[in-house]
Design a protein around this ligand. Structure first.
Ligand code: ADP
Ligand code: MG
Length: 461
């Protein structure tokens, strides 16, 4: 078995698929029958390479179930493969033959126009599945206009908002709708991180001309999470030139970020001006009606029949972040299905009350991060939140601010307050600076990653 797994991707997948069939027999007695039939038997290996594999669940509920039974799944599969495996579980429904044929056709059509370096689209992120409310009406309308007529109105289109509010969803909806409307449009969907790594690789392999050629040859450029671009000066410079070249040719550019152009660092003045020359729209946290509508859509997509009062109760308990909202609903459905409990408001309060309490308990505050960084760098808390400006101390302070922003998702102002009343611009400056440093300094990156993982997993001093 071991040998088969070392033969390369496809052979590894074949081996894991074979092992999966055997592992099913090992898992069967460990799981109750209905759950085994609906969640375990319907799952299947979708990718594998040496020492790692991905198991696709039929639905999100299936994924929650498999994650819950990971302690049974992992040894069963490892036993059949004959080695340790790093197993990831994703949602990857098997498609019926007809749907698969249509998908292949569509993919073929799309592959004419999706550029080779584009990241793939998630077919769930379309306008049809995006729920419109007062929090996102303007962003949605502008996105639709851009997708209908790329390169004419609103160029660039700059979309910003907090985590989990639908930026990536809308960006991909624009791409997929535009390709449908304009079959010959060349589309590239790239994250700020990928753009950076494409560029760094091109430089290293002395193929920067190639790189330029590729990026100048796009009709619709969708760039996600541009905050990850605030790194190497040369990448930013290249971004700037690409941006200008495309704009001059009236090619459509759409950008997403976690902050508004106004909140870019002062050093980014020329980007700020460029971004503000088009249309800027924000995504706000959804109001209660929109949250209920999102839950209704989600329940329908999961073929779950959930009474309205229960949906209202979930929407009421989770006030921001659509990703968390969807997660809460999936948790509730999993619980009700596993415990065979009636889906009612009391159940929602009980399950989510516990879920929220757990979250609260594990919720990390900027203060806790300051303590962890103080411990990690052997610098006192008072020095971190104080005003001393020596170089090393300032770096530690900036790292703590950076981690606070990354981990807590607190507003900049609130973070500044925890750092002895610094203003929001200082925190932003710190975040930008550390983002740049991390790209250049592998040693620092390793140290910050270690700290970050420690904090996220609750290993706080
Ligand atoms: P962001 O990129 O802003 O962090 P995402 O686009 O990844 O957020 O959205 C997080 C999740 O919430 C996704 O599953 C997305 O489909 C869903 N979502 C966000 N906003 C909406 C909406 N208005 N309607 C339907 N689903 C939404
Ligand atoms: Mg996103």
């Amino acid at each position: 078995m071991d040998e088969q797994l070392r033969l390369g991707d496809n052979d590894a997948l074949v081996a894991v698929k074979r092992a999966w069939d055997k592992a099913l027999a090992l898992m069967e007695p460990e799981v109750n029958r209905p759950s085994f039939e609906s969640f375990v038997k319907t799952a299947h290996p979708v990718a594998a390479d040496d020492g790692a594999c991905t198991i696709g669940a039929q639905s999100e509920l299936g994924k929650v179930f498999l994650e819950k039974y990971y302690h049974i799944l992992k040894p069963a599969l490892e036993n059949c493969v004959g080695k340790e495996l790093d197993i990831t579980i994703v949602v990857a429904p098997k498609q019926p033959a007809k749907a698969r044929a249509v998908a292949v056709q569509e993919a073929k059509r799309a592959s004419n126009t999706v550029t080779s370096f584009s990241q793939p689209f998630n077919d769930k992120y379309t306008f049809a599945t995006f729920v419109v409310g007062s929090c996102n009406r303007m962003a949605h309308a502008a996105a639709k206009a851009v997708a209908e007529n790329p390169g004419t109105a609103y160029n660039p289109f700059f979309l910003y908002g907090g985590p989990g509010l639908g930026k990536t969803h809308l960006l991909q909806a624009i791409g997929q709708h535009a390709m449908f409307k304009h079959p010959n449009l060349r589309v590239a969907y790239v994250s700020g991180e990928s753009f950076t790594s494409h560029y760094v690789t091109a430089i290293r392999e002395q193929r920067s001309e190639d790189f330029r050629q590729k990026y100048r040859n796009i009709d619709l450029w969708l760039l996600d999470d541009i905050q990850f671009l605030t790194g190497k000066e040369r990448t930013k410079e290249e971004f700037f030139h690409t941006f200008n070249a495309l704009q001059q040719m009236n090619k459509q550019i759409v950008l997403c970020s976690d902050r508004s152009p106004r909140d870019l660092a002062p050093a980014e003045e020329r980007l700020k001006t460029r971004f503000e020359s088009g249309l800027v729209a924000d995504l706000a946290p959804p109001d209660i009606e929109t949250r209920v509508a999102i839950l209704q859509r989600k329940a329908k997509a999961e073929h779950a029949d959930i009474p309205m009062p229960v949906l209202e109760c979930v929407a009421d308990l989770i006030p921001t972040n659509v990703r968390a909202l969807e997660g809460a609903l999936v948790t509730l459905m999993a619980y009700s299905s596993l415990m065979k409990a009636n889906m009612c408001e009391e159940l929602a309060k009980e399950v989510l009350g516990r879920y929220l309490a757990e979250k609260k308990y594990s919720e990390v505050t900027p203060e806790a991060i300051i303590r962890a960084v103080s411990h990690g760098f052997s610098v006192s808390v008072d020095d971190i939140i104080g005003a001393k400006r020596d170089k090393e101390l300032a770096l530690v302070r900036h790292i703590a601010m950076f981690l606070a922003r990354q981990i807590t998702e607190c507003p900049l102002q609130k973070i500044g307050k925890a750092f002895g009343g610094k203003n929001h611009a200082s925190v932003l400056h710190a975040v930008n600076r550390v983002e740049s440093l991390l790209l250049e300094d592998a040693e620092l990156r390793a140290k910050v990653d270690e700290l970050s993982q420690g904090i996220r997993s609750g290993r706080l001093p």
